[in-house]
Ligand binder design. Structure first.
Ligand SMILES: C[S@@+](CC[C@H](N)C(=O)[O-])C[C@H]1O[C@@H](n2cnc3c(N)ncnc32)[C@H](O)[C@@H]1O
Length: 197
Protein backbone atom coordinates (compact mmCIF):
# COMPACT_ATOMS: atom_id res chain seq x y z
CA UNK A 1 0.00 0.00 0.00
CA UNK A 2 1.40 3.41 -0.92
CA UNK A 3 1.98 6.24 1.58
CA UNK A 4 -0.79 8.18 -0.17
CA UNK A 5 -3.34 5.35 0.28
CA UNK A 6 -2.36 4.84 3.93
CA UNK A 7 -2.94 8.56 4.53
CA UNK A 8 -6.39 8.42 2.98
CA UNK A 9 -7.38 5.35 5.04
CA UNK A 10 -6.17 7.05 8.25
CA UNK A 11 -8.25 10.14 7.41
CA UNK A 12 -11.36 8.01 6.78
CA UNK A 13 -10.82 6.16 10.09
CA UNK A 14 -10.49 9.41 12.04
CA UNK A 15 -13.57 10.96 10.44
CA UNK A 16 -15.84 7.96 11.29
CA UNK A 17 -17.25 8.26 14.82
CA UNK A 18 -17.47 5.18 17.12
CA UNK A 19 -21.26 5.03 16.72
CA UNK A 20 -20.81 4.98 12.95
CA UNK A 21 -18.30 2.12 13.30
CA UNK A 22 -20.90 0.19 15.27
CA UNK A 23 -23.47 0.76 12.51
CA UNK A 24 -20.98 -0.33 9.82
CA UNK A 25 -20.11 -3.48 11.79
CA UNK A 26 -23.83 -4.28 12.20
CA UNK A 27 -24.43 -3.62 8.48
CA UNK A 28 -21.63 -5.91 7.28
CA UNK A 29 -22.42 -8.60 9.87
CA UNK A 30 -25.94 -8.81 8.50
CA UNK A 31 -24.67 -8.84 4.95
CA UNK A 32 -22.59 -11.91 5.76
CA UNK A 33 -24.88 -13.66 8.26
CA UNK A 34 -28.26 -14.74 7.00
CA UNK A 35 -31.47 -14.51 9.01
CA UNK A 36 -34.55 -16.69 9.24
CA UNK A 37 -37.80 -15.26 10.63
CA UNK A 38 -35.76 -12.21 11.60
CA UNK A 39 -33.26 -14.07 13.79
CA UNK A 40 -29.56 -14.41 12.94
CA UNK A 41 -28.13 -17.78 11.88
CA UNK A 42 -24.51 -18.84 11.78
CA UNK A 43 -24.99 -19.23 8.04
CA UNK A 44 -24.59 -16.99 5.04
CA UNK A 45 -27.53 -15.37 3.29
CA UNK A 46 -27.23 -17.94 0.52
CA UNK A 47 -27.43 -20.95 2.84
CA UNK A 48 -31.24 -21.24 2.87
CA UNK A 49 -31.50 -20.87 -0.94
CA UNK A 50 -28.91 -23.68 -1.11
CA UNK A 51 -30.92 -25.88 1.30
CA UNK A 52 -33.99 -25.24 -0.87
CA UNK A 53 -32.04 -26.59 -3.86
CA UNK A 54 -30.95 -29.65 -1.89
CA UNK A 55 -34.25 -30.52 -0.23
CA UNK A 56 -36.95 -29.51 -2.73
CA UNK A 57 -36.32 -32.22 -5.34
CA UNK A 58 -35.78 -35.13 -2.93
CA UNK A 59 -38.32 -37.22 -1.06
CA UNK A 60 -36.40 -37.14 2.22
CA UNK A 61 -37.68 -38.90 5.33
CA UNK A 62 -35.57 -37.13 7.95
CA UNK A 63 -33.12 -34.30 8.60
CA UNK A 64 -30.32 -34.69 11.15
CA UNK A 65 -28.56 -31.48 12.23
CA UNK A 66 -25.31 -31.43 14.23
CA UNK A 67 -24.84 -28.14 16.10
CA UNK A 68 -28.19 -26.57 17.05
CA UNK A 69 -26.74 -23.45 18.69
CA UNK A 70 -29.50 -20.77 18.82
CA UNK A 71 -31.84 -23.04 16.88
CA UNK A 72 -32.61 -20.59 14.08
CA UNK A 73 -31.57 -22.83 11.21
CA UNK A 74 -33.20 -25.69 13.15
CA UNK A 75 -36.57 -23.93 12.90
CA UNK A 76 -36.16 -23.79 9.13
CA UNK A 77 -35.34 -27.52 9.00
CA UNK A 78 -38.25 -28.33 11.34
CA UNK A 79 -40.74 -26.46 9.14
CA UNK A 80 -39.41 -28.20 6.03
CA UNK A 81 -39.81 -31.58 7.75
CA UNK A 82 -43.36 -30.74 8.87
CA UNK A 83 -44.19 -29.75 5.30
CA UNK A 84 -42.99 -33.16 4.07
CA UNK A 85 -44.14 -35.34 6.96
CA UNK A 86 -40.47 -36.11 7.74
CA UNK A 87 -38.66 -36.41 11.09
CA UNK A 88 -36.24 -33.82 12.43
CA UNK A 89 -33.41 -34.42 14.93
CA UNK A 90 -30.99 -31.71 16.06
CA UNK A 91 -28.05 -32.24 18.44
CA UNK A 92 -25.94 -29.98 20.66
CA UNK A 93 -23.92 -30.39 23.86
CA UNK A 94 -25.15 -26.99 25.05
CA UNK A 95 -28.67 -25.77 25.76
CA UNK A 96 -29.63 -22.37 24.37
CA UNK A 97 -32.79 -20.45 25.28
CA UNK A 98 -33.45 -19.84 21.58
CA UNK A 99 -34.23 -23.53 21.18
CA UNK A 100 -37.78 -23.10 22.54
CA UNK A 101 -40.08 -24.41 19.83
CA UNK A 102 -37.79 -27.25 18.83
CA UNK A 103 -37.61 -28.93 22.25
CA UNK A 104 -39.25 -32.12 20.94
CA UNK A 105 -36.61 -32.41 18.24
CA UNK A 106 -33.60 -31.33 20.29
CA UNK A 107 -31.18 -33.82 21.86
CA UNK A 108 -28.62 -32.52 24.35
CA UNK A 109 -25.76 -34.89 23.75
CA UNK A 110 -22.13 -35.07 22.65
CA UNK A 111 -22.67 -36.48 19.16
CA UNK A 112 -19.52 -38.62 19.34
CA UNK A 113 -20.73 -40.31 22.53
CA UNK A 114 -24.13 -40.83 20.90
CA UNK A 115 -22.68 -42.22 17.66
CA UNK A 116 -24.52 -45.57 17.69
CA UNK A 117 -27.91 -44.02 18.48
CA UNK A 118 -27.51 -41.26 15.84
CA UNK A 119 -26.04 -43.67 13.28
CA UNK A 120 -29.10 -45.90 13.68
CA UNK A 121 -31.38 -42.91 12.93
CA UNK A 122 -29.35 -41.92 9.85
CA UNK A 123 -29.43 -45.43 8.46
CA UNK A 124 -33.22 -45.86 8.78
CA UNK A 125 -35.16 -46.52 5.58
CA UNK A 126 -35.74 -43.50 3.33
CA UNK A 127 -33.50 -40.61 2.39
CA UNK A 128 -31.66 -38.85 5.24
CA UNK A 129 -30.20 -35.37 4.94
CA UNK A 130 -27.41 -34.66 7.45
CA UNK A 131 -26.05 -31.18 8.13
CA UNK A 132 -22.69 -31.08 9.91
CA UNK A 133 -22.06 -27.89 11.87
CA UNK A 134 -20.60 -28.83 15.24
CA UNK A 135 -17.16 -28.03 16.64
CA UNK A 136 -15.10 -30.67 14.81
CA UNK A 137 -16.29 -31.00 11.21
CA UNK A 138 -13.68 -33.47 9.90
CA UNK A 139 -14.34 -35.88 12.80
CA UNK A 140 -18.09 -35.41 12.42
CA UNK A 141 -17.99 -36.09 8.68
CA UNK A 142 -15.70 -39.12 8.99
CA UNK A 143 -17.70 -40.57 11.92
CA UNK A 144 -21.19 -40.30 10.45
CA UNK A 145 -20.65 -40.63 6.67
CA UNK A 146 -20.35 -44.44 6.99
CA UNK A 147 -24.00 -44.57 8.16
CA UNK A 148 -25.29 -42.92 4.95
CA UNK A 149 -27.23 -45.10 2.53
CA UNK A 150 -27.33 -44.80 -1.25
CA UNK A 151 -29.10 -41.50 -2.08
CA UNK A 152 -28.52 -39.92 1.36
CA UNK A 153 -27.01 -36.44 1.42
CA UNK A 154 -24.52 -34.90 3.85
CA UNK A 155 -23.69 -31.19 3.79
CA UNK A 156 -20.89 -29.66 5.80
CA UNK A 157 -20.38 -26.08 6.95
CA UNK A 158 -17.21 -23.99 7.27
CA UNK A 159 -15.64 -25.49 4.17
CA UNK A 160 -12.17 -24.08 3.57
CA UNK A 161 -11.80 -22.79 7.12
CA UNK A 162 -12.44 -25.83 9.37
CA UNK A 163 -12.56 -28.65 6.83
CA UNK A 164 -11.27 -29.37 3.34
CA UNK A 165 -11.04 -32.30 0.92
CA UNK A 166 -7.78 -33.52 2.48
CA UNK A 167 -9.61 -34.27 5.78
CA UNK A 168 -12.31 -36.48 4.22
CA UNK A 169 -10.85 -37.84 0.98
CA UNK A 170 -10.51 -41.42 2.20
CA UNK A 171 -14.07 -41.50 3.56
CA UNK A 172 -15.44 -40.11 0.29
CA UNK A 173 -13.62 -42.78 -1.70
CA UNK A 174 -14.52 -45.64 0.66
CA UNK A 175 -18.24 -44.79 0.83
CA UNK A 176 -18.66 -43.43 -2.70
CA UNK A 177 -19.57 -39.88 -1.71
CA UNK A 178 -19.71 -37.40 -4.59
CA UNK A 179 -19.87 -33.61 -4.53
CA UNK A 180 -23.22 -32.30 -5.81
CA UNK A 181 -24.60 -28.79 -6.45
CA UNK A 182 -21.05 -27.61 -7.10
CA UNK A 183 -22.06 -24.37 -8.84
CA UNK A 184 -24.51 -23.41 -6.08
CA UNK A 185 -21.93 -24.17 -3.37
CA UNK A 186 -19.38 -22.00 -5.13
CA UNK A 187 -21.79 -19.08 -4.80
CA UNK A 188 -22.69 -19.82 -1.16
CA UNK A 189 -18.97 -20.34 -0.32
CA UNK A 190 -19.10 -22.06 3.12
CA UNK A 191 -21.11 -25.23 2.52
CA UNK A 192 -20.22 -28.33 0.50
CA UNK A 193 -22.78 -31.02 -0.33
CA UNK A 194 -22.06 -34.74 -0.82
CA UNK A 195 -24.33 -37.57 -1.91
CA UNK A 196 -23.75 -41.27 -1.48
CA UNK A 197 -23.99 -42.78 -4.94
C1 LIG B 1 -21.52 -23.15 14.79
S1 LIG B 1 -22.62 -23.69 16.03
C2 LIG B 1 -24.00 -24.28 15.09
C3 LIG B 1 -24.72 -23.20 14.33
C4 LIG B 1 -26.09 -23.56 13.77
N1 LIG B 1 -26.02 -24.73 12.90
C5 LIG B 1 -26.65 -22.38 12.98
O1 LIG B 1 -26.62 -22.41 11.74
O2 LIG B 1 -27.11 -21.40 13.60
C6 LIG B 1 -21.82 -25.15 16.60
C7 LIG B 1 -22.52 -25.85 17.75
O3 LIG B 1 -21.97 -27.16 17.89
C8 LIG B 1 -22.04 -27.53 19.26
N2 LIG B 1 -21.09 -28.65 19.47
C9 LIG B 1 -19.73 -28.60 19.50
N3 LIG B 1 -19.22 -29.82 19.72
C10 LIG B 1 -20.28 -30.69 19.84
C11 LIG B 1 -20.40 -32.08 20.08
N4 LIG B 1 -19.32 -32.87 20.23
N5 LIG B 1 -21.63 -32.62 20.12
C12 LIG B 1 -22.74 -31.84 19.97
N6 LIG B 1 -22.67 -30.50 19.74
C13 LIG B 1 -21.47 -29.94 19.68
C14 LIG B 1 -21.70 -26.24 19.99
O4 LIG B 1 -22.21 -26.27 21.31
C15 LIG B 1 -22.36 -25.17 19.11
O5 LIG B 1 -23.62 -24.78 19.60
Amino acid sequence: MTKFNRGIIRKIKISIKPIQWLYLRYFFKNKIHGTFLGRGMSQTKLAIPLFEKILTPIDFKRIVEFGTDGGVLSHYFLLFCQERGAMFHTYDIEFNAGMAGITNNFHRIDIFLGEKEIGEIISREGITFVFCDNGDKPREFNTFAPYLKKGDIMAVHDWGTEINMGCIKETCQKYNLKLILIKECKKEKLIKVFQRI
